[in-house]
Write a protein that binds this ligand. Structure first.
Ligand SMILES: [Zn+2]
Length: 240
């Protein structure tokens, strides 16, 4: 393939623009805050799952509380009933002793159940406390993510406008280069990252490999308009 020397030299400008775009892209992809966001976002599901699990424990414990309340209520009703029988004056001496005994047993039972009720209430309080702690963490993590996103958005929009300036510049350069040469340049750039380098002082600027004197004199003998490539990195060698 052949191309005018000044057209070949445009490949060096193109390469410089491409390297700038590549650098900005790399900075975007490796933005330190982006990693932090990924890390924080990965924490969200487990915090949310813990809140759901805690909520179901709260609802179970509340059911437990209702059952205990019903039990306490039933015993209280039985005590009232027994007391009514005592007050009726229609009970025999034998029944009287039995009822008094039953009232004693019921009151002990009522006290026990009330203690159970208190311990369930304490459990609910602990779970509610745990829930608000987890919700606070969730809010903090979400806030941090949103702050980082705002920060990143600013950096990205700055980077994108830089890329857009370089892209305009790139299009101008591309328009001045033969299509077949651009195709070759793009193919090499995709495969090796760098599409063209300067051949100067016996060195390829892309891979920095020093070319042997025998090779240099061979290169110098080639028609300057002939497209040559670096034997080492395969980029288009533009002779200086
Ligand atoms: Zn090279």
């Amino acid at each position: 393939m052949k191309a005018k020397v000044e057209v070949q030299k445009l490949l060096i400008d193109l390469n410089a623009i491409d390297q700038n775009i590549r650098k900005i892209d790399h900075q975007k992809k490796n933005h330190p805050q982006l990693m932090k966001i990924t890390e924080l976002t990965a924490r969200l599901p487990s915090i949310e799952a813990s809140i759901v699990e805690n909520d179901s424990q709260i609802s179970e414990t509340k059911k437990e509380l209702s059952r205990a309340e019903v039990d306490v209520e039933n015993i209280a009703k039985r005590v009232v009933k027994d007391n009514e029988r005592l007050d009726s004056g229609e009970t025999s001496a034998k029944d009287l002793t039995q009822i008094q005994h039953e009232i004693g047993t019921l009151k002990r039972k009522q006290k026990e159940l009330e203690e159970v009720e208190i311990s369930i209430l304490e459990k609910i309080e602990d779970l509610e406390h745990k829930k608000s702690g987890m919700q606070e963490i969730l809010t903090q993590v979400k806030d941090e993510i949103s702050q980082l996103n705002t920060l990143i958005k600013n950096d990205f929009s700055k980077a994108n406008s830089e890329i857009s300036v370089f892209t305009t510049e790139r299009n101008e350069v591309v328009s001045k280069i033969d299509e077949a040469l651009i195709e070759l340049y793009e193919k090499i750039r995709l495969e090796h990252g760098i599409g063209a380098g300067i051949f100067s002082h016996g060195t390829c600027s892309s891979c920095q490999i020093q070319i042997s004197p025998a090779e240099i004199s061979k290169i110098n003998a080639i028609d300057p308009e002939e497209i040559i490539r670096c034997e080492n990195c395969r980029c288009i060698l533009v002779r200086n």
